[in-house]
Design a protein around this ligand. Structure first.
Ligand SMILES: [Zn+2]
Length: 328
């Protein structure tokens, strides 16, 4: 979306006051993906993608988009012994079961807590009263707005990076041009801090956060162990996954630095399971069908291996570079 010039400085703040979601990022310069520099990065991304990550390449390089209210629901699905997927196509929620309760990665939007999240958990045989921790990877309403309900009803602790607590708690600026500000999403009460390298521990599980500013100033990636029929693997989620270049921070290069930092950590931790928190851009719907029909001895489609995970990050990086080049 392109704002008229005279509103460009005003509109993003009005939107912030009403609780930004990923889809509402303010537009930057118009993109021209036909520029030779952009095309060179797209070609690089296609090469890295091969057939396995072709969907990711197409989504991130050619047709990136944020979450939409019309995104379809995800069929609640068990992915690993200790990991479940819930939520919507545009904003996925993961439930990690531990010996001391449940950790949620993301809370989903405010209006869907009972109808989508809790209903989905019940379908999977998970007890919502066991939700002890909610980790919010970045401070957009489609990721945090359900958190207050979970605090109020189940006493869950909410973890957000300081920069994104600031983002969601920032007092609304005076209504611009006499417009009344819209009501914001429910804010969780100020709670725990998510910090780079400081594991969030519950029972026998721990989540390792990695600081990846860009999508927001406090975006965090997550690494954690999953088990597939008892066998240990390491999963990674890049918590600002839709790398729309319409940068909130204004520092586009920060995204690229964040991908490099995330990649370094992923390599160190031997990440071999690919997960994400945003639209189903890479044929994940097919993976969900496969995993629900999976028979004993068949591979887990989310288990991609370390080398392939590296190529997935290459595609992310190259597409993002393409998007930057398209706006220069
Ligand atoms: Zn977002």
């Amino acid at each position: 979306m392109v704002f008229p010039k005279q509103l460009a400085r005003v509109v993003p703040f009005v939107v912030l006051a009403s609780g930004l979601v990923c889809a509402q990022e303010p537009a930057g310069a118009p993109a021209d993906l036909n520029k030779p520099e952009a095309q060179a990065f797209i070609a690089k991304a296609k090469k890295a993608a091969g057939t396995q990550w072709a969907g990711v390449e197409h989504f991130l390089c050619e047709e990136p988009r944020g979450a939409s209210a019309n995104d379809p629901l995800v069929e609640p699905t068990k992915l690993f012994d200790n990991l479940y997927l819930l939520g919507k196509d545009g904003g996925e929620i993961y439930a990690i079961t531990t010996s001391a309760g449940i950790i949620l990665l993301g809370s989903g939007g405010a209006t869907e807590t009972e109808t989508v999240l809790l209903a989905g958990m019940k379908k999977l045989g998970l007890d919502p009263t066991q939700i002890k921790i909610v980790i919010v990877a970045h401070g957009h309403a489609d990721h945090f707005a359900g958190a207050k309900y979970l605090q109020d009803h189940f006493g869950a602790h909410v973890y957000i990076a300081q920069q994104d607590w600031d983002l969601i708690e920032r007092p609304a600026p005076a209504a611009a041009e006499g417009k009344k500000k819209a009501a914001g999403p429910p804010l969780p009460k100020h709670d725990m801090l998510l910090e780079e390298g400081k594991p969030v521990v519950l029972g026998d599980e721990k989540i390792i956060p990695v600081f990846i500013p860009g999508h927001t100033a406090g975006s965090m990636g997550m690494f954690f162990e999953v088990r597939d029929n008892g066998k240990k693997h390491m999963a990674g989620i890049f918590g600002g996954a839709v790398l729309l270049v319409r940068a909130m921070s204004g520092d586009r290069d920060q995204y690229v630095k964040s991908i490099a930092h995330y990649r370094e950590m992923a390599k160190k931790l031997k990440v071999d399971v690919q997960l994400k928190d945003h639209p189903l851009m890479d044929g994940e719907a097919d993976k969900l069908v496969k995993i629900r029909a999976r028979k004993k001895g068949e591979p887990n489609p989310f288990l991609v291996g370390q080398a392939s995970y590296g190529r997935y990050l290459d595609v992310m990086n190259d597409c993002f570079e393409a998007q930057i080049a398209a706006r220069k």
